[in-house]
Design a protein around this ligand. Structure first.
Ligand code: NAG
Ligand code: NAG
Ligand code: NAG
Ligand code: NAG
Ligand code: NAG
Ligand code: NAG
Ligand code: NAG
Ligand code: NAG
Ligand code: NAG
Ligand code: NAG
Length: 808
C-alpha cells in the first residue's frame, strides 16, 4: 500500500515538474491573446497583457510570477491598447508584433537580420528572446528584451553601450505608477571619456553616480557593495556596461521610480514582499556641479563649496553670496614645472572629458599630464591593490566632492608659487562664516528652485543682511510690571491665549495701541536676574522672518515675562485640526508653511550665533501672521531653562509626547536631530490634518507615524492627504513632503537629515533616499522603559508641553 502511495506521489510530482519546465516558446502558429500568458523556463516570469493600477489601458509586459504587480518590462509603453482584444504574434522572420482588435500594429520589434524559422522564448532569467528555432546560442539571438530595458534592471541585464552596434541600454522611469510611458528620468552610462553612470532629468544631469573604481561607483548606489552585492563593470573595445547582482538568497532588482530614485530591492520569499536595500544618502554635494567648475563640495563644511588650491572664484561677488555656479579659475598660467596637489578621499571629477589607460602606472600618468597644458588632474583608474591604471582630465574639473565614504586620491595641477600660498593658508574667520552660511542656505535654495523663486528670495536676502548689521546696536526695551498688567487687563483670564510649556500667554494692547503677546514664565528656571537678562538679550538677537519677534521683557521680583509681537492668526493647530478653518490652508499655503518652519529651524540650528535646539517643535508653537507666514515661537526658552549644550545628555526633558524623538524621550539624549524628528511629525500632521498623538488607526495600534509608514511601504503614501485638501494639489509636491517627513522621523538620529539638508530636499526635485522605519510608530505613547528604571516623571496634559525632571 505504502509503495503505491509513493509511486502515486512521484507521478504527481513528475507531472507538475514537466508541466512547469515546458520550454516557454512561441512560434508563428502560436499567438498570445489577452488573458493568455507565456510562462518562462523555471516559471519565475510571465509574459502577458496587463493594466497598471487605476488604468484600463492594456500593455504587453513581463512580470514576476510571485508578484504579478511587479512589472519590469513593457513592450508598448508609449502606445496602450484601449481594450482586452490585443494579440501578440511572431512572424517567421522573427518580428514580434502586437495587433489591436482592428489589426492595427500597436508595437513591433525590429531586427537587424531575419530568421528563416523564428521562435520567441521566455528564458529563466526573464529575458524574452527571438532566435532561429534550431539555434539557442545566446550570441545568435536576433532580438532580446534585455537590450531594451524599461524602468527595471534585473541580474544579467547590461546597463551600458555596445560600441559595435551603438546600441545603448538604459533605464527610463515610468511617467507615473499608472502610466508606463517614458517619464522624465533616465539612468544611463555616459560613454564619453571614461564611462560613468548618471541620473538625468530630461537631458540634464542631476546626479553623477560616477565611474567604477574597481570596487564600486563613486556615489555608492548601495552602501556596502562588497558584502552583499556582485556588482561589476565591464569595459573593453566592444562594450562597456554595468551589471548587478546580489549575494543574498532573494531575487534582486534595481528600479528607477517615476520620481527618479534608483531603488534596489530584494524579493523576500518569506514575507512575499520586496525588501528595500538602502541607498546612500544623496546629500547636497550629490547635486551635479553644485560648486561650479574647479571647486569642490564638502558636505560638512560651511560654506560647502571651496575653490581647489591655486584657483579663485570667477566672480567673487556671486561667490560671496553663495552663488557658486560660476566656479573658479586658475590664478597662475600653466607651465611644465607645475606640481600636483594631493586631495585624499575624493569623488573624482566628471570624466566626460578624460583619457585613460588601464596599463599605465601613476608615475607615468603624472608625466603624461605634465606634458600637456590642458591636462588639469590625474588619478588611479582602479583602487584595488594599492591602485593601478591612469585617468587624466582635460580642461575644467567639474562636480568634484569630498567623499563621505572611501573616496580616492586626486592629484590636481598647481603652480609652484601657488603651492607656497597653500602652506600659509589663512585661518577662517568664524563670525564672517556664520553670515556666509546664513546666506548660502538661502541662495542654494534659490538656485535649486530657480523658476519659482527670484523676487521674494532676493528681498529676503536683503532684509536678512540688514538685520545682521542692526543687531549689534539693538537695545531691548524693559517694560515695567504696571504697563504689562494694564495692557493685559491685569492678566485676566479673558485675555489668556493659551498655556505654553513655560507658562501662560496673554494678549495685551499697549497704550499706543500696539498689540502684544505676553508670556508669563513659570518660576522654576532657577536663574538669577542678571543671568536671565543676559539670556533674553541674547535671544532677542535671533531675528529671522520665521521666528516670532521678541519686543521686550519685564522683570519684577521673581516675575519674569517676555513680550512678543502679537500674531492675529494664532497658531497652526487652530487651523489644521479644525474642521472649518483647515479649508483656509490649501496645499500651496501648507507647502509655504512647511518651508518657512524648516528655514526657521536652519537658522536656529546653524545660522544664528547661539545654535539653539528648540526641543518643543509642534503645531501649537507655530504661529501665523496676517499673511499666514509661519513663525516659530518659544525658541530659546529651553535654553533659558536648561543647558545650552548642542548635543548632550540632559537630565531635564522638555517636550511634548507625540513630537519627541525616541532617544530624547527615553534617554534624554538631545541633539539637533531631536528637532528634526519633531519637524517630521509636524509635517505629517500638516499633510494629513491629523494629530500624531490622538490619531488612532481603526485596525492596528498605530499612531500617525506608523500609519504613514505603512501607507508608504504599501506604495500608497498619498492616502495620507487631508480630505479637506482635495483642491488643485500638486501630487509630486505632497509626495515629496511625505517622503522628507518620513526621513526626518527615522528611528536613528544619524539617519535623519539635518535641517539644512531638509530645506534643500524640499526645494529640489532630486532623488531622495529611502526612509527606514520611524521611531515611536506604535500606540499613543512612547514605549516605557523598564518601569523600575523609569526616572522620568510625566505631567501630560494633552497638548501641553511637559517638563520632566529626573530625580537625582
Ligand atoms: C510551433 O510549435 C508547436 C509546439 O509548440 C509545434 O507543434 C509546431 O509544429 C510549431 N510550428 C511551426 C510552424 O514551427
Ligand atoms: C496571428 O497569428 C495567428 C496564428 O497564431 C493567426 O491566426 C492570425 O491571423 C495572426 N494575426 C495577424 C494579424 O497576422
Ligand atoms: C487608484 O485610485 C483610487 C481612487 O482615485 C485611489 O484611492 C488609489 O490610491 C489609486 N491607486 C493607485 C495605486 O494609484
Ligand atoms: C529599430 O527601430 C528604431 C525606431 O523605431 C530605430 O531607431 C532603430 O535604429 C531600429 N533598430 C534596428 C536594429 O533597426
Ligand atoms: C538551422 O536550420 C537551417 C535550415 O533550416 C540550417 O541552414 C542551419 O544550419 C541550422 N542551424 C543549426 C545551428 O543547426
Ligand atoms: C534640453 O532640453 C531642452 C528642453 O527640453 C531643450 O530646450 C534643450 O535644447 C535641450 N538641450 C540639449 C543639449 O539637447
Ligand atoms: C549666479 O552667478 C552667475 C554668474 O556667476 C549668474 O549668471 C547667475 O545669474 C547667478 N544666479 C543667481 C541666482 O543669482
Ligand atoms: C596622497 O595622500 C594619500 C592620503 O594622505 C596618501 O596615502 C598618498 O600616498 C598620497 N600620494 C602621494 C603621491 O603622495
Ligand atoms: C597604454 O599604456 C601602455 C603601457 O604604458 C602602452 O603600451 C599602450 O600603448 C597605451 N595605450 C594607449 C591607447 O595609449
Ligand atoms: C593635449 O590634450 C588635448 C586633449 O586631449 C589635445 O587636443 C592636444 O592636442 C594635446 N596637446 C598636446 C601638445 O599634446
Amino acid at each position: 500500500m505504502g509503495r503505491f502511495l509513493v509511486i502515486f506521489v512521484c507521478c504527481f510530482l513528475f507531472f507538475i515538474l514537466t508541466n512547469s519546465t515546458t520550454p516557454a516558446i512561441m512560434n508563428r502558429s502560436h499567438s498570445i491573446r489577452d488573458g493568455e500568458t507565456l510562462l518562462s523556463d523555471g516559471g519565475s516570469f510571465e509574459l502577458g497583457f496587463f493594466s497598471p493600477a487605476n488604468s484600463t489601458n492594456r500593455y504587453l509586459g513581463l512580470w514576476f510570477t510571485k508578484s504579478p504587480q511587479t512589472v519590469f518590462w513593457v513592450a508598448n509603453r508609449e502606445n496602450p491598447l484601449p481594450n482586452s482584444l490585443g494579440v501578440l504574434n511572431i512572424t517567421s522572420e522573427g518580428i514580434l508584433i502586437i495587433y489591436s482588435s482592428t489589426n492595427d500594429i500597436v508595437w513591433s520589434s525590429n531586427l537587424s537580420r531575419t530568421a528563416e524559422n523564428a521562435v520567441a522564448e521566455l528564458l529563466e532569467s526573464g529575458n524574452l528572446v527571438v532566435r532561429e528555432e534550431n539555434d539557442s546560442k545566446p550570441a545568435n539571438f536576433l532580438w532580446q528584451s534585455f537590450d531594451y530595458p524599461s524602468d527595471t534592471l534585473l541580474p544579467g541585464m547590461k546597463l551600458g553601450i555596445n560600441f559595435v552596434t551603438r546600441l545603448e541600454s538604459f533605464l527610463s522611469s515610468w511617467k507615473s505608477s499608472e502610466d508606463p510611458a517614458r517619464g522624465e528620468f533616465s539612468f544611463l552610462l555616459d560613454p564619453n571619456g571614461y564611462p560613468q553612470l548618471v541620473l538625468k532629468k530630461g537631458n540634464k544631469t542631476q546626479v553623477r553616480i560616477g565611474s567604477w573604481n574597481g570596487l564600486r561607483f563613486a556615489a555608492e548606489i548601495i552602501p556596502k557593495p562588497d558584502s552583499i552585492s556582485t556588482d561589476d563593470f565591464v569595459l573593453n573595445e566592444k562594450e562597456g556596461y554595468f551589471v548587478f547582482g546580489s549575494k543574498s538568497l532573494g531575487f534582486p532588482r534595481l528600479k528607477l521610480t517615476p520620481w527618479g530614485i534608483p531603488q534596489r530591492s530584494i524579493w523576500n520569499d518569506r514575507t512575499h514582499k520586496w525588501d528595500f536595500v538602502e541607498i546612500a544618502q544623496l546629500d547636497i554635494c550629490a547635486q551635479y556641479s553644485i560648486c561650479g567648475p574647479n571647486a569642490f563640495c564638502q558636505f560638512n563644511d560651511s560654506p560647502i563649496c571651496a575653490c581647489l588650491d591655486g584657483f579663485m572664484p570667477k566672480s567673487p561677488r556671486d561667490w560671496k553670496l553663495s552663488n557658486w555656479s560660476g566656479g573658479c579659475a586658475r590664478r597662475t598660467p600653466c607651465s611644465d614645472k607645475d606640481r600636483f596637489q594631493n586631495y585624499s578621499r575624493m569623488k573624482l571629477p566628471d570624466t566626460s572629458s578624460s583619457w585613460y589607460n588601464k596599463s599605465t602606472g601613476l608615475g607615468e600618468c603624472k608625466g603624461i599630464c605634465l606634458k600637456n597644458c590642458s591636462c588639469t588632474a590625474y588619478a588611479n583608474l582602479d583602487v584595488r591593490g594599492g591602485g593601478s591604471g591612469c585617468l587624466i582630465w582635460f580642461g575644467d574639473l567639474i562636480d568634484t566632492s569630498r567623499s563621505k565614504g572611501d573616496g580616492q586620491d586626486l592629484y590636481v595641477r598647481i603652480a609652484v608659487s601657488e603651492l607656497e600660498n597653500v602652506e600659509k593658508k589663512r585661518p577662517v574667520d568664524k563670525k564672517k562664516q556664520a553670515v556666509i552660511i546664513a546666506s548660502s542656505v538661502i541662495s542654494v535654495l534659490g538656485l535649486l528652485i530657480l523658476g519659482v523663486v527670484s523676487y521674494t528670495r532676493k528681498t529676503y536676502l536683503r532684509k536678512n543682511d540688514n538685520s545682521e548689521e542692526r543687531k549689534e546696536d539693538m537695545e531691548l526695551p524693559i517694560y515695567d510690571l504696571n504697563t504689562i498688567a494694564r495692557a493685559t487687563n491685569n492678566f485676566s483670564s479673558m485675555n489668556k491665549l493659551g498655556e505654553g510649556g513655560f507658562g501662560p500667554v496673554f494678549k495685551g494692547a499697549l497704550v499706543n495701541g500696539q498689540e502684544i503677546a505676553v508670556k508669563r514664565l513659570s518660576k522654576s528656571s532657577g536663574q538669577g536676574m542678571d543671568q536671565f537678562k543676559n539670556e533674553v538679550v541674547l535671544i532677542a538677537k535671533l531675528q529671522h522672518r520665521n521666528l516670532v519677534k521678541l519686543l521686550g521683557f519685564c522683570i519684577h521680583k521673581d516675575e519674569k515675562m517676555l513680550i512678543y509681537e502679537y500674531m492675529p492668526n494664532k497658531s497652526l493647530d487652530s487651523f489644521i485640526f479644525d474642521l472649518t478653518r483647515r479649508k483656509l490652508l490649501n496645499w500651496t499655503r501648507r507647502v509655504h508653511i512647511v518651508g518657512g518652519i524648516a528655514r526657521g529651524l536652519v537658522y536656529l540650528h546653524q545660522d544664528s550665533r547661539l545654535r539653539i535646539i528648540h526641543r518643543d517643535i509642534k503645531a501649537s508653537n507655530i504661529l501665523l501672521d496676517n499673511e499666514l507666514n509661519p513663525k516659530i515661537s518659544d525658541f530659546g526658552l529651553a535654553r533659558m531653562f536648561g543647558g545650552d549644550q548642542v548635543e548632550a545628555n540632559t537630565n531635564r526633558v522638555v517636550g511634548t509626547y507625540g513630537y519627541m524623538s525616541p532617544e530624547y524621550a527615553l534617554d534624554g539624549h538631545l541633539s539637533v536631530k531631536s528637532d528634526v524628528f519633531s519637524f517630521g511629525v509636524l509635517v505629517l500632521e500638516i499633510v494629513s490634518g491629523k494629530k500624531n498623538r490622538g490619531f488612532c488607526h481603526p485596525d492596528q495600534n498605530l499612531n500617525l507615524l506608523g500609519h504613514a509608514w505603512i501607507l508608504w511601504t504599501k506604495g500608497t503614501p498619498l492616502d495620507l492627504i487631508d480630505e479637506g485638501l482635495s483642491d488643485s494639489r500638486n501630487l509630486a509636491e505632497v509626495l515629496r513632503c511625505i517622503h522628507v517627513a518620513l526621513l526626518c522621523v527615522q528611528q536613528r538620529p544619524e539617519d535623519r537629515p539635518t535641517m539644512s539638508t531638509v530645506v534643500v530636499m524640499l526645494g529640489s526635485e532630486n532623488p531622495l533616499p529611502q526612509p527606514k522605519q520611524p521611531g515611536f510608530f506604535m500606540g499613543q505613547n512612547p514605549p516605557e522603559k523598564d518601569s523600575s528604571s523609569n526616572k522620568h516623571e510625566a505631567h501630560s496634559l494633552n497638548e501641553v508641553s511637559l517638563t520632566l525632571l529626573e530625580a537625582r
